[in-house]
Design a protein around this ligand. Structure first.
Ligand code: MRU
Length: 344
């Protein structure tokens, strides 16, 4: 099942807010619809929002019907600003938009149609390259997974969160495909339940054994010796190896350390932000309190109660055993090992 596809000038997105109950697609014909889909998590996961935003930029440019290069460039920058403002934490969003803008600026073409074609091809390339990157992450990562491993993961870093195959779930899929007989504990991931709704749904379709646990069961699960390793995705990785990922990830890393378990992060290069020295500089999205006070629209707290809803946290690099990228596995010290990934 595709998370997204480009169909005759339309971006078709699987509406992830409806899963697992309903498989529904939305047809985005303008960039505002794409922006709304990203903001409301109809499409979510760092690489997936990057690819969706790239197609959103194409839609915005197509709709404008620019008459010359200058008009087209101005429009592209304006649309990119709208899309970039939807979610602040995952760097893939800005990365994809900047890649498209840079492609336009670097082209000497003056014909708007030619420039638009260029943009479409670049958006396709981002999508295609992400799928390929995830396959490589899977191959590198599965070598770290022992036979019969019981793996804990958090949120959804699967096919749904990417252009396909997944990052953390890509590692799990590759280990499964290699015949390692792995099994998975999926943390439910409050408040929006990406683990319960999406990760279990994906793994069941692939016949990978999965057990759903609530987030507060992780310590007991590890304490009873029921987990062999943790693997998660990332929304942004700073130059020193600090990792922003779904809220709750940091807690799992602390627990993994306490129980002597490896804690792996799987992410493509498009998630690494060497411009930020440490995780302290990563902007953390705060979402509306209703996501905490309500469950599927039903109140689970007294009316008017104050609630805090940071969507991500930052795991310090010292708790990360290794980062599995599409160019190989890197280990501490991350400042050197991450920088070394570039130019190879
Ligand atoms: O708020 P979400 O659902 O977009 O958060 C997603 C995550 O935190 C994922 O773990 C991360 O984007 C990695 S996806 C390959």
């Amino acid at each position: 099942m595709d998370t997204m596809r480009w169909e005759n000038g339309t971006l078709v997105l699987l509406d992830q807010t409806k899963l697992p109950g309903m498989v529904e697609y939305i047809h985005c014909r303008d960039h505002e619809t794409v922006a709304e889909a990203i903001r409301s998590l109809r499409v979510r996961g760092a690489p997936a929002i990057g690819a969706a935003a790239a197609y959103g930029l194409v839609l915005g440019v197509l709709a404008a019907g620019a008459k010359n290069r200058e008009e087209l460039l101005a429009r592209a920058r304006e649309v990119a600003n709208v899309l970039a403002s939807t979610r602040p934490t995952a760097v893939n969003l800005a990365w994809a938009l900047n890649r498209l803008l840079a492609r336009l600026e670097a082209s000497p073409a003056s014909d708007p149609q030619e420039l638009t074609e260029l943009l479409i091809n670049e958006a396709h390339a981002i999508y295609r390259e992400d799928r390929e990157a995830n396959k490589r992450i899977g191959q590198f990562g599965q070598e770290l997974v022992p036979y019969g491993a019981r793996i804990l993961t958090h949120c959804n870093a699967g096919a749904l969160a990417t252009a396909g195959y997944g990052t953390a779930l890509g590692v799990i899929r590759a280990a499964h495909e290699a015949g390692k007989r792995v099994s998975v504990y999926a943390g439910e991931t409050r408040p929006l339940l990406q683990g319960a709704r999406l990760t279990t749904w994906e793994l069941i379709q692939d016949n990978i054994p999965v057990t759903l646990v609530t987030d507060n069961m992780a310590a007991y699960l590890m304490g009873r010796g029921m987990v062999d390793l943790v693997v998660v995705g990332a929304d942004r990785i700073a130059a020193n190896g600090d990792v922003a990922n779904k809220i709750g990830t940091y807690g799992l890393a602390v627990l993994a350390k306490e129980h002597g378990l490896p804690f792996y992060v799987a992410a493509p290069l498009s998630t690494i932000d060497l411009s930020l020295a440490s995780g302290k500089d990563i902007p953390i999205e705060e979402r509306k309190s209703e996501e905490v006070t309500h469950l599927a629209g039903v109140p689970v707290a007294p009316p008017g109660v104050k609630a805090w809803n940071p969507a991500f946290d930052v795991t310090p690099a010292r708790l990360v055993t290794a980062i599995i990228t599409d160019r190989g596995v890197v280990r501490p010290p991350y400042r050197e090992s991450l920088a070394g990934l570039y130019g190879s």
